[in-house]
Write a protein that binds this ligand. Sequence first.
Ligand code: PBG
Length: 325
Amino acid sequence: MMQYSRPRRNRKSAAIRDMVEETRLSTKDFIFPLFLIEGTNQKVEVASMPGIYRYSEDLLLKEIEDCLKLGIKAFDVFPAYPESKKDKYATESHNPDTFYLKALRAIKQRFPEVALMTDVAMDPYSSDGHDGLVQDGQILNDETLEILGKMALAQARAGADILGPSDMMDGRVGYIREVLDQEGFTNVSIMSYTAKYASAFYGPFRDALDSAPKHGDKKTYQMDPANQREALIEAELDTMEGADFLMVKPALAYLDIIKVLRDHSHLPIAAYNVSGEYAMIKASAQRGWLDGERAMLETLLSIKRAGANVILSYFAKEYAQLVKG
Ligand code: PBG
């Protein structure tokens, strides 16, 4: 039998497979999301996210120090507020003395070299558990922008390097950019949650922050999982409004969206490998149904192969430990 082309020749040894490998992950690709709680000496595991903890500021600083040693340089910090600190207007989000902003200042003071990312959305501070201001069951868009502007400015003042508007209000990237620039924060970046879908995969995150909506769902602002072309409208708007990165979220059920944005935009593309995606792999690995390590690597690789330059993942530390070890 005569066959000129035999693709298996390029798979015949590890040395050759390594040579023709098209996608390579690196610890530099990651942003590690971290959960912050008030107090001292607190470290509480998130029940639905084995291996992921909510830390008080002192222990969070220690965790960041450990991660820096492993080569992780970018962190996205999310605060978990008690119900008593929440209100309709997310007032606590721009109180300069609030524990979240204090912790951001402490992180930048201690580790000025880190890329510190924050989340701009009302849900952790909102008594309604929504990303926007609720009135008569409706999520008000333009009134929410004013609150997001104050929150963004407070986070920039606390030292955030990258702001992540995750709320999906229309016009928020431009509004935040303008507020930042007017106050002299022209160097603060915006990583927009460009295509954020109304997804079931955020469940464990909402457990971590106690931030589930008290009524209704997020479908009037987060995108419909059925839509791909609409992501391009969001991408065009965010680009015109001055976003520095475009993000797709979740990652795994939306690899096609990552690819489409990658093909249509010249901006760096980020993908958020969300809490539910982490929980699925952890839960099946704990039962012995999957090889957790291999499933993690394959998953992360798929996100990069689809076109993400930046991956936000709860696996970041485990990945970094694995490749160092
Ligand atoms: C909220 C926000 C969410 C996540 C990041 N920012 C949840 C939501 O929209 O309900 C989810 C992250 C995850 O699931 O890992 N503004």
